[in-house]
Design a protein around this ligand. Structure first.
Ligand SMILES: [Zn+2]
Length: 70
């Protein structure tokens, strides 16, 4: 029984890292309104649509890449 729990915990951590590892680290985004990771948002600079997961959030606005951030 305990072994099963351990395996489950390891799998959970692997899944968490798989999905969480790609998130861009943005220091002050904690207070931003939370959207679903796959929601499409428009880049403020070039109007490209990217998922929230892939976007860069600066001052509450979304950008498709670092090149577009102010
Ligand atoms: Zn852009």
């Amino acid at each position: 029984m305990i072994l099963k729990l351990l395996i489950f915990a390891v799998v959970a951590v692997v899944i968490y890292k798989f999905f969480g590892g790609k998130l861009p680290t943005i220091g002050k985004s904690a207070d931003e309104k939370k959207l679903d990771e796959d929601t499409l948002v428009e880049c403020e600079t070039c109007s490209t649509y990217v998922t929230v997961k892939e976007s860069f959030i600066v001052s509450g606005k979304y950008y498709c890449s670092k090149e577009c951030t102010p």
